[in-house]
Design a binder for this molecule. Structure first.
Ligand code: FAD
Length: 376
């Protein structure tokens, strides 16, 4: 049994380690083989970018060597996939080699697409990359007051990051003693401040209490020096624009025409690619599922995929279905946080933020490495 994992991020790492644990005996006996092809030898803990942006973490803390996170029985190579040949159970990688499989898992993630909005890359700070998070931190360090606009485009990964950066900025400005010289303004594309209704219901009074203003039904159209224009015809003036740009799936997915926008059509329960062979599984950001693109989503999906691949092999059919489970911490203000847990049928019910949840999230920022290794 040859299992090929494409992508060594959150989803790929968790699924590969989970499979290695389930197939220990078969791996030792040479009856199973797990092969991971990725695009980087380093693994980034992306949620840490939020903390880099406000100077609470250093970039080095976000990385581990990918090999060190994987069960030693997994073969790991940095050799990105360039072509998927589902009819032949094969992929071709950048080195020109072909790799065969019995089951393939695609978890190549997503990328920001600021180019979709004219002027956005030039006029905004985007903390979704290491370089961007550091640049924002430097801008903030030199900021002495004015109007900060946090503008959100869709779709984007991490449903809570736009709210979190806004609340964390509030704390940052307060600590720096420049909160009274700053106006924080938030824009969101639909008719409330968050796509999840109960999260919007929780966040709106928090914004009101903290004096954070907001404009909903604001779809970014164009950014110019000092002003962001919306499709709806309104304008948001800024001294500092922080943007969460719309995202796309990875280029390799688009080039291979696996799904519009780089999002692969995926069965919401089995996580098999729609219209492809039964042995093609998809997880993490790269699915087209109508759920949050988050590390926890990739984690819960990975558990289902690993169990079903083993079950297909050993008992001839799947045993589990993915129920849409997602768990997200939400950093609020004043070193407090809450969380949202939900699935396809049950909406989140965020509670009042507490300091203990904030400290739990802070601890999870370190514990993540144990989770990626399959120890949590
Ligand atoms: C600022 C920020 C804050 C966030 N906060 C949270 C949070 O608090 N909680 C949460 O749950 N999630 C959070 N996320 C989201 C989370 O990081 C992603 O949803 C998660 O990493 C998705 O996992 P993935 O495996 O789909 O993709 P990734 O983790 O992005 O991994 C993709 C992998 O695919 C590889 N790859 C790319 N192209 C190829 C190719 N052609 N061939 C082979 N490999 C390839 C890449 O090298 C990478 O290893 C946050 C993200 C950001 C940016």
């Amino acid at each position: 049994m040859k299992i090929l994992v494409v992508g060594g991020g959150m989803g790929g790492t968790i699924v590969a380690n989970n499979l290695a644990r389930r197939l220990q005996r078969e791996l030792r006996a040479g009856q199973a083989h797990i092969h991971m092809l990725s695009a980087s030898e380093r693994h980034m803990y992306q949620p840490g970018l939020l903390y880099v942006a406000i100077g609470r973490m250093l970039p080095d803390e976000l990385y581990r060597d990918q090999r060190s996170l994987l069960d030693p029985a997994i073969t790991f190579e940095v050799d990105p996939v360039e072509e998927f040949r589902f009819d032949r159970n094969q992929v071709r990688s950048k080195s020109g080699r072909t790799h065969e499989y019995d089951a393939i898992i695609i978890s190549t993630g997503s990328r920001i697409a600021p180019e979709a909005i004219p002027g956005l890359a030039e006029h905004s700070e985007i903390f979704y990359t290491e370089e961007g998070a550091l640049k924002l931190f430097k801008r903030l360090s030199g900021f002495s007051g004015g109007r900060i606009v946090v503008a959100v485009g869709v779709p984007h990964k991490c449903p809570m990051a736009p709210l979190e950066i806004t609340f964390m900025l509030h704390d940052y400005l307060k600590t720096r003693g420049i909160l009274d010289k700053t106006q924080l303004h938030y824009t969101y594309p639909i008719g409330r401040v968050h796509s999840l209704e109960n999260v919007a219901k929780w966040a709106t009074p928090e914004f009101d209490r903290l004096g954070i203003t907001y404009e909903t039904l604001f779809n970014m159209k164009e950014a110019k020096a000092g002003v962001l224009l919306s499709e709806e015809g309104s304008e948001a003036a800024f001294d500092l624009l922080i943007a969460i740009p719309p995202h796309r799936g990875m280029e390799v997915i688009e080039r291979n025409k696996l799904g519009q926008g780089g999002w692969i059509p995926t069965n919401r329960h089995t996580l098999q690619m729609e219209g492809a062979h039964r042995n093609v599984y998809v997880l993490g950001d790269t699915t087209n599922l109508p759920i949050s693109k988050a590390g926890s989503t990739a984690h819960f999906e990975a558990e289902v995929v690993a169990e079903n691949i083993v079950a297909e092999w050993k008992i001839g059919g799947p045993v589990r279905q993915y129920d849409g489970k997602v768990f997200c911490f939400i950093e609020a203000s004043d070193n407090r946080a809450t969380y949202a847990m939900f699935n396809y049928n049950q909406p989140p019910q965020p509670r009042a933020p507490t300091q203990s949840v904030h400290w739990f999230k802070t601890a999870y920022n370190r514990l993540y490495w144990a989770s990626a290794r399959g120890l949590l």
